[in-house]
Design a protein around this ligand. Structure first.
Ligand SMILES: *Cc1c(COP(=O)(O)O)cnc(C)c1O
Length: 438
């Protein structure tokens, strides 16, 4: 590959010094200032990604429809304040995420609490925090929520999570909508109907709607349309049989993003328009009132708003085999290649005007052979110790999946906005690492 001048996202470029820029700032200067490894996030990109959804929702869906940010993609206080400012709801999956959103001042009325296994403590904590909606996954949860709500003398709003039986054709590890899944209640087996009937009988739960989420990194044509049809047929059936008047349909998250140049663009506005047309047609065919729509994007809100910077250390060429370029982070800050071979675009941020004429594996510093960020990366031959390697599109499922394996501290997150850089999550220190050790 020759000199790189075609970037994976429009917030990436290079400057006259031959350095990579992100959000308009020179990444090598940011690396020197904040040290590496370093997560960068581009606030303007996060906000513009939010607005693609919120604008489309205004155009195509019924009033009251709401975009929920799936916090598991990247959860820290500052991001919840952006999400609140963008008038979005949140999808939370644990008491820890609830705590974080609340600490950021997030209004819990618009919080939706997921998880296939909420403990009794989770249920009580979520109610203490005033979480708006429980997204209920199974019968035990329904009974647990009913008991806790009864004890408090409240009526808890809820959605029921349904598995529509749709295969999204994505990675096996992130497919969730098939009948054989640990998530939700299958329509096919009758469990969805059974649980709906049971929940409707509870006097301290209000069934406000139904939820499904078929998977992540969805590029296939009509996945959301097909799940919308199945869900609307189910909702109409529940209305006919049980008088269920729930009027929220939450279609989950999952639109894919571009990690490498061969990934397609997803035109989210066009996708949402098409989903809205399917919903309108289906509702009219079923003579069913059009519901309020929710979606739960995580990755497509934050992925391309993120970039990780590392410094190159050891370079090892094994003649006849390959070249290893070691960086000062790895699976501790980005486990996705180790987990499921996730692809990334990697660039030598220090040498953007040089030909990429050497193939190398970018590897981390953890004590695992599988600690690889990416294999078969084209980098300039002069790549050497001290260069800055940038991994693009790391805003989702990197920081949120990071660990301090090998007692390597988690990197800070620096938020970039209008030419300014601000630390919003500080670097994990040695003191942090022993803070729990008694
Ligand atoms: C993971 C998840 C999402 C977000 O998925 P993305 O691929 O990040 O958009 C939304 N809803 C549920 C229930 C999820 O599990």
């Amino acid at each position: 590959m020759s000199i790189c001048d075609n970037f994976i996202c429009d917030n990436i470029s290079k400057n006259d010094a031959g350095h990579l820029t992100f959000g308009g700032l020179d990444t090598t200067i940011l690396a020197a200032k904040h040290k590496t490894p370093l997560y960068l996030m581009d606030e303007n990109k996060i906000r513009s990604n939010c607005r693609i959804y919120t604008d489309a929702f205004k155009k195509y869906f019924k009033e009251g429809s709401l975009v929920l940010y799936a916090g598991k993609a990247n959860a820290f206080k500052y991001i919840y304040s952006i999400i609140m400012d963008e008038n979005m709801g949140v999808d939370l999956v644990s008491s820890g995420e609830i705590y974080t959103a609340k600490a950021a001042g997030y209004n819990m009325e618009n919080a939706f609490f997921h998880s296939n296994n909420k403990t009794a403590d989770d249920i009580a904590f979520a109610m203490d925090c005033g979480v708006g909606y429980f997204v209920m996954d199974n019968v035990e949860e329904v009974l647990g929520v009913e008991a806790e709500a009864a004890k408090r003398g409240i009526v808890q709003k809820a959605l029921l999570r349904i598995t529509p039986g749709i295969d999204p054709h994505t990675y096996e590890a992130v497919a969730t909508g098939k009948v054989d899944s640990k998530f939700g209640l299958a329509i096919e087996t009758g469990q969805a109907e059974e649980c709906t009937a049971l929940t409707l009988q509870q006097s301290h739960i209000k069934v406000c709607g139904f939820h499904c989420h078929v998977g992540s990194e969805v590029f296939a044509e009509d996945v959301f349309e097909r799940s919308a049809v199945v869900m609307l047929e189910f909702m109409a059936d529940m209305k006919k049989k049980y008088g269920c008047d729930a009027n929220i349909l939450d279609l989950g998250g999952g639109y894919g993003v571009r990690y490498v140049h061969s990934d397609p663009y997803v035109d989210i506005d066009a996708k949402i328009k098409s989903v809205s047309e399917t919903i309108r047609e289906t509702c009219s065919r079923l003579d069913y009132e059009e519901p309020i729509i929710m979606m739960e994007p995580g990755r497509s809100i934050v992925a391309d708003a993120g970039m990780t910077l590392y410094e190159v250390g050891m370079i090892k060429n094994i003649p006849g085999y390959k070249t290893y370029v070691s960086i000062d982070g790895g699976m501790s800050d980005n486990p996705r290649y180790a987990l499921y071979g996730a692809r990334y675009t990697c660039l030598n941020a220090s040498r953007m005007n040089e030909d990429c004429n050497m193939t190398a594996s970018i590897v981390g510093r953890c004590c695992e052979s599988g600690d690889i960020i990416q294999e078969n990366v084209e980098v300039p031959e002069a790549t050497c110790r001290g260069d800055i390697i940038a991994v693009c599109t790391t805003g989702a499922y990197n920081y949120s999946m990071a660990s301090n394996y090998n007692r390597i501290g988690r990197p800070p997150i620096v938020m970039l906005k209008d030419g300014e850089d601000k630390v919003v999550v500080r670097r994990e220190t040695f003191e942090d690492m022993i803070a729990l050790d008694l």
